[in-house]
Design a protein around this ligand. Structure first.
Ligand code: BES
Ligand code: MN
Ligand code: ZN
Length: 490
């Protein structure tokens, strides 16, 4: 998929599907602007017949099979006064999904005079592309359906030298994350995840290390390996390195929870716990690998970036971890596993220790860590915790710029009490109340506290059933855009 522009005389334009944005005011004169595809008189008549008034979210489509184009779709933008770029983005996002499977190329003509900056156009392009995303990998329609290959903007003369290259890379990162998350657990295994990571490394020149079970044992990763023990599939510890262009000013580690399936272990997920959805328990690592793909293409200056995933499955067999086992993480701390379903933090314990040993300036981890965060913030907002005010602010700003919502949660120290164990240094779970906060407090035990750190719990946001805004139902790829923007802002 690519973006293109057509800035020449529109009389010479050729295409099949045109989307045209219309305000409520003086529709007739606006329709003059598309006389290059259809006679305004004819169109005005049809618009009146159909009572299309350009109201927000209203659309009107025409098929012109034997004329210059095949489909013309008018989208209502509402009143022009006080119009917000987000309104245009949302109208376009909703309509664009209707074209998926039908066309290889769609062209868009909007009243560009309303858009003030290149950044706004670029964000609009990205959200248009991401809302038209479609995943046909696992059904038989995959060979019949057309794939949208090009989104063309007409008459963008106002921003003549606009480049979509960077936003294309970011969209590819988001789409990779979506594909990884949506892939079923029999396909996206820890091994397959390591293959996907190797592919990113090869395509973009990143360094790669994949540690197998034995190498993880040698590093003493007892918490991570305890989770992996109950599965027939070997764990894969993935470490990608993007070296800096020019001298390194800053070192960053991104860590993602990578449970390719979470059955809960012997604390099996029963009842309404949605065990059948737990393929998406690698949403954090998908965001990290998506960011690796995007940043591998963008190659930001002066930054050395590490991408770390302790991939495995949480399953049950005769050698699976027992509820009550005590294990030792690679930093020497002992953990009583009082609940095998709190496995993500165990894998992150060793992944964060590994990241900490690389001595980065900051660590950000992303994880589908707790059901508690879904209860607290729902499906549109991710919770985050940080030990550093500046990092928290920068992350929040970056997320606002790209339209991914973050809400800061407290690292309430007194709740650590809940993780006290009678037998080990700590338990892996505390009381039900404040469950996502104790999870964050648990993670804080596994890196050097001089390192700036943020933890983003994406359990609610990495998947949607709603088909709303820029997210078709399914995997959202949440986190990729925020991480990349945070890094670009450095
Ligand atoms: N992967 C789950 C968290 C989760 C729940 C993600 C719902 C997405 C939707 C995690 O491993 C888990 O099971 N957490 C437990 C922790 C509890 C045992 C303390 C939870 O949230 O119930
Ligand atoms: Mn779990
Ligand atoms: Zn989990």
């Amino acid at each position: 998929m690519q973006f293109s522009t057509f800035n020449k005389n529109l009389a010479n334009w050729q295409g099949t599907s045109l989307i045209f944005g219309v305000f409520e005011e003086d529709i007739e004169s606006q329709l003059e602007n598309i006389k290059f595809v259809i006679e305004p008189e004819l169109l005005i008549k049809k618009v009146k017949q159909n009572k299309f008034e350009g109201k927000k979210t209203k659309t009107l489509s025409f098929e012109f099979l034997d004329q210059k184009i095949e489909t013309l779709t008018l989208i209502g933008l509402g009143k022009s006064k006080g119009i917000k770029i987000n309104d245009i983005k949302n109208s376009l996002s909703e309509i664009i999904r209707k074209f998926v499977d039908k066309d290889e190329k769609i062209s868009i003509l909007l009243p560009w005079e309303l858009i003030n900056s290149k950044e706004e156009i670029i964000h609009l392009a990205a959200s248009t592309r991401l809302s038209s995303y479609k995943d046909n990998r696992f059904n038989r329609k995959r060979d019949e359906k057309k794939i949208l290959k090009e989104i063309e903007f007409l008459n963008l003369t106002k921003f003549n030298d606009i480049s979509f290259k960077e936003t294309e890379s970011i969209c590819e990162g988001v789409e990779l994350a979506r594909r990884l998350v949506a892939a079923p657990p029999n396909i996206l295994t820890p091994k397959e995840m390591s293959i996907q990571a190797s592919k990113i490394a090869k395509d973009h020149g990143l360094g790669i290390k994949i540690l197998d079970k034995k190498e993880c044992e040698e590093l003493g990763m007892g918490a991570y390996l305890a989770v992996a023990k109950g599965s027939d599939l070997e764990p894969k510890f993935i470490h990608l390195t993007l070296k800096s262009q020019g001298p390194t000013k800053e070192k960053i580690a991104l860590v993602g929870k990578g449970l390719t399936f979470d059955s809960g272990g012997y604390n099996l997920k029963v009842g309404a716990s949605q065990i059948e959805m737990m393929k998406y328990d690698m949403g954090g690592s998908a965001a990290v690998l998506g960011a690796a793909k995007a940043l591998g293409a963008i190659k930001p200056e002066g930054l050395e970036i590490h991408f770390i995933v302790a991939a495995c499955e949480n399953m049950i067999n005769g050698s699976a971890v027992h509820p009550g086992d005590v294990v030792t993480a690679s930093n020497g701390k002992t953990i009583e596993i009082n609940n095998t379903d709190a496995e993500g933090r165990l894998t992150l314990a060793d992944a964060l220790t590994y990241a900490s040993n690389l001595k980065p300036d900051s660590i950000i981890d992303l994880a589908t860590l707790t059901g508690a965060i879904v209860v607290a913030l729902g499906n549109d907002v991710a919770g985050f915790w940080s030990n550093n005010h500046d990092l928290a602010k920068d992350l929040k700003d970056a997320s606002a710029e790209v339209g991914e919502e973050l809400w800061q949660m407290p690292l309430k120290k007194s709740y650590k009490e809940g993780l006290k164990s009678h037998i080990a240094d700590m338990k892996n779970t505390g009381p039900r109340a404040g469950g996502s906060i104790t999870a964050a407090l648990f993670l804080e035990e596994f890196f050097d506290d001089k390192i700036k750190w943020a933890h983003i719990d994406i359990a609610g946001t990495c998947w949607t059933d709603k088909n709303k805004g820029i997210n078709p139902s399914g995997a959202t790829g949440f986190g990729v855009k925020t991480i990349v923007q945070w890094i670009k802002n450095k």
